[in-house]
Design a protein around this ligand. Structure first.
Ligand code: PCA
Length: 331
């Protein structure tokens, strides 16, 4: 080895050193199944901008929306493997891993944003622990507006549920449809228009926000605002990717995440109001269930809840009790 080799770095042009310096900056990829019309995606994009600004470009997060980089079911495994650094999923789609993940898709548990937030705060430590076992770090979670039912005609009689082909976003909602006597089909949000246009479904359960983002008025005329439950999206990162950041960058990231959580919940409330107005402006009748329909929804919900209690472990059940104490619920 010639001594000359050791001296060569001295002759590296400044421009090359500048590039080497820039290479220190981290660039992350983040995948979400939801499209740009979703307030969740708008919130994530704002989060990515906040992180870039707060870290002076030391951490850049490229947001890939609408399942364009990774399909919904592959997002968590991809972040776990480190193929991508960050992701967002509909939390309750993880219910096959642990029943705690579907606690926010149970009727009669949390029926308002305030309660949904308490439910999140109560279950967050357990969810964080389960994610940690897989080398994942949850950053924040944001609730969707309450779920309701979109149909072609008005639902006035529970008998109309019989055989109704209903699109559902997760397993628990499928079970709920079955309890009502309908035929559930699980599809991604982005596949909703195709599911209707190809005649695969006649109805769907989702929020005002998704109905608006997916222009529900193109294929349904009624929205029964049944306030079923307020399910959440969770945003998480790979632990090793987090460990690879210097402390200041890590702090900025976590600070921006806390802001994104607060902003996201407010966006959800605002979006709910704007979306209900947009549905009506575009000719969708927004109604609340009549007594008979409300009773059928309640019965189907009670069964769903009873089934969940059977599946849930002691820890999840204890958290549900703690949540109920916190909101002052009698049960
Ligand atoms: N929109 C998503 C999840 C829940 C919601 O309101 C969907 O329907 O797929």
């Amino acid at each position: 080895m010639s001594p000359l080799r050791f001296s060569t770095p001295l002759f590296i042009p400044l421009s090359v050193l500048a590039i080497a310096g820039a290479a220190q900056a981290a660039e992350w990829n983040m995948a979400t199944p939801y499209g740009d019309a979703s307030f969740h995606t708008q919130n994530i994009k704002q989060f990515a901008e906040d992180v870039a600004e707060a870290t002076d470009g030391a951490l850049r997060i490229n947001v890939h929306s609408g399942g364009s980089l990774v399909a919904h079911g592959e997002i968590k495994p991809s972040v776990r493997r480190g193929t991508i650094e960050a992701g967002e999923v509909f939390l309750s789609t993880l219910s096959n891993e642990d029943p705690i993940f579907e606690i926010d898709t149970l009727p009669g548990v949390a029926g308002s944003y305030e309660e949904a937030m308490v439910l999140w705060e109560t279950t967050r430590p357990m969810i964080t622990e389960l994610f940690a076992e897989e080398g994942l770090v949850p950053l924040y979670a944001v609730a969707w507006p309450a779920q309701g039912l979109y149909t072609r005609s008005e639902i006035t009689d529970p008998g109309q549920f019989e055989g109704l082909r209903v699109r559902a976003p997760n397993i628990n909602t499928q079970r709920f449809v079955q309890n009502l006597g309908g035929n559930p089909t699980e599809t991604e949000e982005s596949d909703i228009p195709t599911a209707f246009s190809t005649g695969r479904v006649d109805a769907m359960i989702t929020s005002s926000a998704t109905g608006n983002a997916m222009t529900a008025w193109d294929y349904v005329s009624w929205y029964t605002d049944a306030n079923l439950w307020l399910p959440k999206n969770i945003i998480f990162i790979n632990q090793r990717a987090l460990d690879g950041l210097d402390e200041a960058t890590r702090e900025s990231l976590l600070e921006a995440a806390a802001q994104a959580e607060a902003r996201g919940w407010q966006m959800s409330r605002d979006n709910n109001e704007a979306s209900l107005a947009a549905l009506q402006d575009n000719g969708v009748e927004v109604v609340t269930p009549n007594e008979a329909v409300a009773e059928a929804l309640q019965t189907a919900g009670d069964r769903l809840f009873a089934d969940w209690q059977e599946r849930a472990g002691d820890e999840a059940l204890a958290l549900l009790d703690a949540y109920r104490d916190e909101i002052g619920s009698p049960e």
